[in-house]
Ligand binder design. Sequence first.
Ligand code: ZN
Length: 521
Amino acid sequence: MNTRNAYKIRASRSSGRNRTAPVSMAQGNKVGNIPALDNDLSSGYIAPVCDSMPERNCRHPLTNMRQNAHLARCEESITNRFYSITSVLKHLGNIQHNENFVALANDITSKELDFNFPLQSLESAWINGLDMKLLYSKSIFNAINSSVNQFSEDLGRNEDSKVDTHSFFLDCGYHSVDITPCSDGRLKGLSKYIFRLPLSAITIRNSYAGALLNVESNVRDWEKIELSRLRNPSSGSSASRYLKIVVYHRSSSDPLHQGCAAHGSNDKLAAEAGLEKLTEFHSAIDNTYSCGSQIDLLLIGVDTDNDSIRIHIPDSNGELSIHRFVDTADLYNETLNLNSDQARVALFNSIDKSSDMSGWGKGEGKPSEGMRKVISNLLEYNLSQIEYVADLYGGSYPDLGHAEQFISVGDGFQEIQLRNIAYYAHLDTVEEGSADLDIGIKIFSGLNIKKGLPIPIAIHYRYDSKVPGSRARVVQKSKRVMAAILNRYKELAVGNNLFFQLSVQDLPLGSDLEIIDKEEL
Ligand code: ZN
């Protein structure tokens, strides 16, 4: 059974399955049946109380139910596109020698996958059988493209929240938020689900294996932002700052095996490496431009079992420590019985308490007011995600490890943000991104090659239509990257185990996805 299918999980819940408390949270609070998220909204339903404490409502007071319901629908529509592929292909395999196979196949794929395979690939099935590797890859690429198109259609409906986010960060004193997570697929839903930050003009996101960011490339991103700010003063006051966030990850239930592969599944190493990269980035800008004071740093750890986060609290000098943090898994429990106002105060107090700690994590005072506001909001938003994972997955994901569907190479699809949907290797050349790609290929050797499935690789770059010749150069770059991947992993290529889709897209969010067809290749 596909245990990640939100609909099935909600259906099983409504048929009598008990919800269990989030892992490492709310221990001992066995909760009764929770209805579908949508029902909570439409009927004004009050969540069932805990069996052990009947007077208590077990929804966290800061949960955004409307947003959770919306995200559940997004997740379901995207996962359905990917997770029905293998069962459809098995069905086609069973009927491929039927007399009217082509018509039957078209009927099935129209209904189940919402597209048809090229006629040629079906018509020759009676001779050599279906080319399952080709059909599998085509289905994955079609699921990617449909998901991107769905995002673009939804984009207009979320304009308000984008504007709110932009205003919020400007109010806190930040004109740009630059996030570097690990490229692990379990962080693919970071912005949309775990942080609840809508994509907007002020956010940049580039992933690297182990969150080991390329300092030079990140400095170039910063230079670009600062130059455009000089030319466009309305994008933030002269005193506003640049917020750089590095996100590492860990697994609380299987820390020695399901943590970050790039750091040998060692939480401490992952956090230390993230802190080191932040320091290098800061020093690079301070040494080159003498304006390190205009950059704030934040280190965040994600528990990929339940999406709770650990925010490392900067001191008054902006210094971070791997030992000084606030963890939303603890906060969830501590604030579950409070009302929303009390819970918000508790979030703020937790930051102060962390700032006052002694011992290994001792720092020099509290962070700035703007930084405290950013942190308290991230903490609050993440509580909704903890509730989301509790509702849909009983508090911990069934797929603790890797379950990605494709490797995303290049600029990545900002439009597809969902846990474990893709392994993302951000790179301009295969040479510089070889470490990230090697890890991705290793992951997919276990996920796909072992089962006889190929590795679908979606190479995707964005171009700037304002710059003459930009699209043509980006298409050429995509082709170079594909050739270099084929060359680096010759054995897989010879075995017909690598399939590619090349696509480009104009810079503005929601631009059309342009597939590079055979004529352009
Ligand atoms: Zn990782």
